[in-house]
Design a protein around this ligand. Structure first.
Ligand SMILES: [Zn+2]
Length: 465
């Protein structure tokens, strides 16, 4: 760490006025942004390292509010099946094998971090897995900012049994112990770059007791709760059959809709439930790539335009390489800005500027991290990316099309340099904190070993010679 000056670029500040500064500069000292302005005005800043960002955009690092590091070795295993088969037939058996090795979870997370850094994501909120200390280790080493959590589940039914060996298959007391241990061990570590949160996996696997205890513990510890909720009609129907209420109405009844709860997917909601979310300032994460890939219904029957219209904080996430399968937040911004307008037949329904807010400031707010990250402002943490625009997918660019170009034709591969917490983690597309070549080889090898032991076999649709 030291003093870094990035100058001569187009600065997309994402500050409250949403200023865009041409020929702008950002000055960094240690882990903080100390100045943002015109390059001329920052000329006297003495820097150890200077980036010339001519033909480039300087912007806040992207916030992925829902990214499963431990599913990175399962790319391809969750394709083209419904949600129940995705969980029970495909991913839980994968997790059982993954959980047998610390090295596997670590490699999975390192590969995930490499992909996030490569595509401009600087913060990744992991909504839960097991052996998450290995994910935290990957965050430490890669330089990523992130949140780790234990994916809490304390009940399962005979018709949908959880496999033996799935580490999350615990009673309520032991689930709470595992969740609390992660908070104790990791929350606030590495200069505050790593946080931990409570997490609940999905409605059918959560008792009322666990809901309430997680709520109390998260209040006591001042941390976030992450949960998959109302993912598709099946899940919501399960809740309705059991309780007589749909998911969000039920969570409202038991008092767990809170400002520090981040609910993800949220495909199936009533208008009344949208009002409940607004009333309690509950945060939402939209994973458009996952709903498009898994046919959850969030685009077709979801109420994301209504939630945005009401001012509910909606972040965005890439989910995982088994559920999306891309971790490129540029692609996710494109999906958010386009899919809803097509379905509602309203061409300006979610403008690209809103999509960029969801990937930066709104994501930060959803994670309770908005005082530190999400925008380029004096005093905030230095999470900054430099995006090359002298490329055929950006030219021509005009003042009115800077953000539209970024969302509609930009891509993660345009990101050239990434600084997280004031540390340069990628420069000229070379990730400095990860031996990517080694991770790619080891991840392929580990995934091949896991696939060889899975209780199912996926046949290629075309002959492989
Ligand atoms: Zn998830």
């Amino acid at each position: 760490m030291g003093r870094i000056l990035i100058k001569n670029g187009i600065v997309i500040t994402m500050d409250p006025r949403r200023r865009i500064i041409k020929n702008g500069a950002v000055a960094i000292e240690n882990d903080r942004i100390v100045e943002v302005g015109k390059s001329d005005a920052l000329k006297s800043f003495q820097a150890d390292k200077v980036f010339d960002a001519r033909d480039r955009i300087i912007m806040p690092g992207l916030v992925d509010a829902h990214i499963h590091n431990v599913q990175m070795l399962s790319r391809g295993l969750g394709d083209d099946v419904d949600l129940i088969a995705w969980c029970y037939d495909r991913i839980y058996p994968y997790e059982v094998l993954l959980n047998q090795s610390d090295e596997y979870t670590y490699l999975s997370a390192m590969l995930c971090c490499a992909e996030m850094i490569r595509t401009g994501t600087t913060t990744g909120a992991d909504p839960g897995g097991y052996k998450m200390e290995n994910v935290a280790r990957a965050f430490v080493e890669s330089g990523m900012r992130g949140i780790v959590s234990w994916s809490g589940m304390d009940q399962w039914s005979q018709d949908r049994p959880l496999p033996d060996g799935l580490l999350g298959k615990l009673n309520t007391d032991d689930t709470m112990k595992a969740e609390e241990k992660l908070i104790r061990d990791w929350h606030g570590k590495e200069n505050g770059r790593i946080r931990a949160s409570y997490a609940l996996r999905v409605e059918p696997n959560i008792t009322d007791d666990l809901y309430r205890r997680v709520k109390q513990a998260a209040e006591r510890d001042g941390v976030l709760v992450q949960m998959h909720a109302a993912v598709n009609k099946d899940q919501v129907e399960w809740v309705r059959k059991k309780t007589g209420l749909t998911t969000i109405a039920y969570m409202n009844k038991i008092g767990v809709l809170q400002p520090n709860w981040l609910l993800t997917h949220m495909a199936v909601l009533t208008d009344e439930e949208v009002k409940m979310l607004k009333e309690h300032d509950t945060k939402i994460c939209h994973n458009p790539g996952a709903t498009l890939h898994g046919a959850y219904g969030a685009a077709v029957i979801g109420k994301f335009p209504e939630m945005l219209e009401m001012g509910i904080t909606v972040a965005m996430g890439c989910d995982s390489s088994a559920a999306n399968n891309s971790l490129d937040m540029f692609r996710t911004m494109y999906e958010v800005a386009t899919v809803h307008k097509e379905i509602r037949l309203i061409p300006d329904l979610i403008p690209p500027e809103k999509a960029l807010e969801m990937a930066t400031v709104d994501g930060a707010r959803a994670l309770q991290w908005e005082k530190e990250i999400g925008s380029l402002e004096k005093g905030k943490k230095a999470d900054v990316i430099i995006v090359e625009t002298r490329r055929s997918n950006w030219i021509p660019m005009h003042d009115f099309s800077i953000v539209p170009n970024l969302v509609y034709s930009g891509e993660g591969a345009d990101v050239e340099t990434s600084i997280i917490d004031g540390k340069i983690v990628m420069e000229n597309r070379k990730i400095l904190t990860i031996n990517v070549d080694r991770v790619l080889s080891q991840a392929q090898e580990a995934a091949s070993k896991i696939v060889a032991k899975l209780p199912y076999k996926i046949e290629p649709r075309w002959p492989i010679e």
